[in-house]
Design a protein around this ligand. Structure first.
Ligand code: SF4
Length: 616
């Protein structure tokens, strides 16, 4: 490790070869903390170096990487974040997903910054890491069990001080939008990382660490950590946001006409006040639930009393409300929470799950899927339809086998005009912001490095603040956010303290050297984030033919169908507007007209090897 690094890292990578049933520990490459910081940066670098173009995402040569950042596990607001990544079975390109809870602190205390799962086990297994002890054990009858039941079993077997990351039946059955679950309701939901774990036949990773995380300046970290908590508690947003968590924005998103409704046909759900944060808080919430060290716990542990039965579930948070609620037209918070529970138990990403269910219902309404194929008549607003579809998908039962591939592949198989309303970018289903009247949010979605995902750049507030009809300044804002937000994933800490309650970014710049001993200005940290952004773009360009401008596109519905009603009635994005945004975006990034990082830009970012791979 570089001599300038004095703390924040365990300094080791743990590699588990599932084919051979062995493991080995290697030192963290000396330049990684400085060049990639951690978390998402480590995942991106490792996948770039070790997963070659042509590798089957669900084959033994793909790797599932779990990584912590330098701030992970250091008692600071939001320090429980962990990053998972792999070549994505959903898009074929770079894939990753972030999860809250307690995993990365345990990983680092066990002595590792990165865990790499390589190869493929012959039989279903669980991986148990207890500091230096690393064991692969038969999964036994855990295989086939739902996430809640399996996690409870493992917690009872190993004890509460072990943390568990696991898959449900969807991951075992290689559903392309299967998630990795943790802490009874937290998920790394996106890009099919759960399917990759299933392809390796690993039901669960169980971790306990008891070592001390080294810090460059322990007293300084303690003093500043205290101030950071005090600052969080004093923010005006603290009292407003915490009671509802992310569900707080349901009203606002409807009022601006951006709420996914009826498979994104429209952007306003008339029943939104039945599924908003207030309904969540008043009708179903039992208690708040947060990640390690979080002063603003966004998790709401809830009890659903739906028409199909009762269930305890963490959530629903905003994305689930948007995609299982508005998008499937479930206008009752109990029904949304119950559908959420079904996704969680089966190990399905509720964002893609809501998209695929809504897509199937629209196909049914249009006569492209029949009652005989599906096993029942489907309709929007019907919990039974949604739950029926989710179960078919998780078990790849009947038409569920096709739907388990996601809306892109399903639409290619169904044909007719279904591709127009298959709502995805590059194969990854859209998240909770309908963007026909939000140019910067639209640009965020079509350029996000993993496909349609909002968390790389949540720019819709900027559209509203500066005017939704203008394109001016939008590309620059998206680039800025695409560097700022992913930086939190590299640091290994939650961004919501900054996004939601206005926590000052300066804190991170100031605490970083006290933890690591590395002095960096915020701009220098953002430069690292830009490096990682270019690295993941290059990864995908090498793995997926045509990755670039040709795939930086929204679905046809957003280009051809004006929003039919609500506050954004009549709006859509035109081809010429989209191209104007992309031209400016590529120019600002120093990419070519086709949206690929140029040789010069890659070299300037310290990625000469990547430039050579891409351009010779
Ligand atoms: Fe976890 Fe939510 Fe707190 Fe972030 S805001 S650390 S996701 S509980």
């Amino acid at each position: 490790m570089s001599e300038t690094v004095k703390g924040g890292y365990a300094g080791q990578i743990l590699r588990v070869d599932l084919t051979a049933g062995t493991h080995r520990v290697q030192p963290l490459p000396a330049d990684w903390p400085v060049k990639y910081i951690g978390g998402r940066g480590f995942v991106a670098r490792l996948l770039y170096e070790e997963v070659a173009p042509g590798v089957d995402p669900l084959g033994p040569e793909n790797k599932l990487v779990m990584a912590a950042g330098p701030l992970s596990g250091v008692l600071l607001p939001g320090c429980g974040k962990t990053h998972f990544g792999a070549k994505s079975p959903t898009t074929g390109g770079y894939g990753d997903s972030n999860i809250g809870g307690h995993l990365s602190p345990e990983l680092k205390q066990a002595g590792y910054d990165v865990l790499v799962l390589e190869g493929q086990a012959k039989e279903p297994c669980i991986l148990v890491i207890d500091d230096d002890s690393v064991k692969l054990l038969p999964a036994g009858d855990l295989w086939g069990k739902g996430c809640y039941e399996a996690e409870e079993t493992l917690k009872k077997r190993y004890g509460e001080d072990f943390q568990v990351a696991l898959i449900g039946p969807a991951g075992e059955n290689l559903v392309k939008f299967a998630c990795i679950s943790h802490d009874f309701g937290r998920q790394a939901g996106r890009t099919g990382v759960g399917a990759v774990m299933g392809s390796k036949r690993v039901k669960a990773i169980v971790i306990r660490g008891t070592k001390t995380i080294p810090l460059a300046d322990p007293q300084g970290v303690y003093a500043m950590g205290k101030q950071m908590y005090e600052s969080c508690f004093s923010k005006p947003g603290f009292k407003k946001w915490t009671p509802y968590g992310t569900a707080e924005v349901v009203d606002w998103v409807n009022e601006i006409g951006a709420f996914p409704t009826r498979n994104f046909k429209t952007s306003y759900f008339p029943e939104y006040k039945q599924i908003n944060g207030v309904r969540l808080r008043e009708e179903i919430r039992q208690t708040d639930k947060g990640c390690m060290g979080c002063p603003i716990p966004c998790g709401k542990y809830s009890k659903a009393r739906s028409s199909m039965g009762e269930a305890m579930v963490e959530g629903p948070e905003y994305e689930t409300i948007a995609l299982l609620g508005g998008n499937c037209c479930l206008g009752n918070i109990h029904d949304v929470a119950y559908a959420n529970y079904i996704c969680d138990e089966l190990g399905l990403d509720s964002i893609s799950g809501g998209n695929v269910a809504a897509f199937a219902i629209e196909c049914f309404e249009k006569g492209l899927l029949t009652e005989e194929q599906v096993g029942m008549a489907l309709s929007f607003g019907d919990l039974k339809s949604v739950v029926h579809l989710l179960k078919l998908i998780a078990h790849r039962d009947g038409v569920g086998d096709m739907l388990a591939e996601g809306v892109k592949t399903a639409s290619e198989r169904i044909g007719h005009d279904s591709a127009k309303f298959a709502i995805h970018v590059k194969g990854l289903e859209w998240t909770g912001y309908e963007s026909r009247y939000s140019p910067s949010q639209m640009l965020s979605y079509i350029t996000a490095d993993i496909g349609a995902h909002h968390n790389r750049s949540w720019a819709i507030t900027y559209d509203v603040a500066v005017g939704r009809d203008t394109l001016e300044g939008k590309a620059a804002k998206v680039v800025e956010l695409q560097h700022t937000r992913p930086l939190f994933d590299c640091l290994g800490i939650c961004r919501l303290q900054w996004v939601e309650i206005g926590f000052d970014l300066n804190w991170y710049e100031t605490i970083f050297p006290k933890i690591t001993g590395i002095n960096r200005t915020w701009q220098e940290l953002l430069h690292v984030s830009e490096r990682v952004w270019n690295l993941t773009r290059a990864f995908s360009a090498r793995h997926v033919p045509g990755w670039g401008r040709g795939l930086d596109r929204p679905p046809a519905r957003f280009l051809e169908e004006p929003i039919p009603d609500g506050p954004a009635k009549g709006k859509l994005i035109t081809e010429s507007q989209m191209n104007e945004l992309l031209d400016e975006y590529y120019r600002l990034r120093g990419w070519n007209d086709n949206g690929l990082p140029t040789k010069e830009r890659l070299v300037a970012l310290g990625l000469a090897d990547v430039a050579a791979d891409l351009w010779g």
